[in-house]
Design a protein around this ligand. Sequence first.
Ligand code: ACO
Length: 423
Amino acid sequence: MENGKATLTIGNENWDFDIHDGTVGPSVIDIGSLYQKTGRFTYDPGFTSTGSCSSSITYIDGDEGVLLYRGYPIDELAENKDFLEVAYLLLYGELPTPEEKQDFDFRVTHHTMVHEQMSRFFTGFRRDAHPMAIMCGVVGAMSAFYHDSTDIRDPYQRMVASIRLIAKTPTIAAMAFKYSTGQPFVYPKNALDYAANFMHMCFAVPCEEYQVNPILSRAMDRIFILHADHEQNASTSTVRLAGSSGANPFACIAAGIASLWGPAHGGANEAALDTFAEIGTVDRVPEYIDKAKDKDDPFRLSGFGHRVYKSYDPRAKVMERTCHEVLDELGIKDPLLKVAMELERIALTDEYFVERKLYPNVDFYSGITLRALGFPNNMLTVLFAVARTVGWVAQWKEMVEDEQRIGRPRQLYTGSTLRHMTT
Ligand code: ACO
């Protein structure tokens, strides 16, 4: 490769392809004309070497453990900004001025109520429905309620849909939680900030006053910041692919929620907590480390390993600090924390994990923290979805404004060649 060109040689033929440089990070070889020139496709299942778009929102250096939102390190944002400031940054590219923040907070806050008829949707679900199943259905159903913000060609409607999604997803998530516990829905409270309002909708009941603990709501807010965006992961790519056909944003975000649900992605926090509980006590940790290393055993240590991070996930460090803060504030001595810390200690020195560069990811400590805040296991991925809605919306908006063509991958066909019916 030289002079911004890559040359592909097949047999005696050579073809040149342009190389594009980003502002930082690996360059890409533009193979958009590969099929036209060579009659061949690339083959990259799992997209391990494929850039699907250009984006200026989030940057990850997986080897160095760096995560930047619009250039700002995740730990600086988590320490100094609130979730809606970070949402503004992801959507518009810059941190808000005090006036912009006031205006954005006001607009999000005044869109948190959902159409009253939406509450009837919930009664159609079984009482024991997984709240992620409810999220997929009800967030998708927003496109049946907010027709005045589904024209993706209209910038004003795009803006209203973005605000609605960021404002109403927590309300729907809290309703899914309340439905599963059999308690009445709690309406949003405009006097509270984003995270405090969410906790209020989840934990208040009509028969008594509920005061949100500011230390806990700050922890909730920080958890939202850590999960807000993560460039072209499975769920974000799903949102972009769904959106590339021109589908409305509510349907696209519902597709992202479905993708996030899987245990290899957002479902890992629930799976990690289940694993800690299954292990139960510190003395059983070595047995589970052995299981994770055994090639004949499908067991994987959830909360460990990442497609992109080959060093410590920077979100996991902030998450670990937040976890200790929450447990200290509540005076909780969770035996699962001991199990997690022992797992981490052994894995960080074990040859299997060191060789494969398997470090704790953000899901490792988030389950214990959220459990201490009062959420049951099946709500953990829902909370991830609430936070990630901001990233999905920002990425969807960027894609629509870039006028990206419909996504249409090809395949390596391995089925039957042409054959005819015998009668
Ligand atoms: N436990 C045990 N072994 C593991 C783990 C794990 N958690 N993760 C990877 N490995 C091993 C694999 O067996 C493989 O070993 P091999 O080379 O001997 O075959 C090697 O490490 C590489 O693993 P891959 O599966 O090829 O890595 P990939 O990039 O495809 O997968 C993934 C990444 C899905 C995150 C994986 O590490 C995993 O399953 N982790 C557990 C689930 C999890 O925590 N997911 C959350 C990700 S973060 C998020 O979505 C917010």
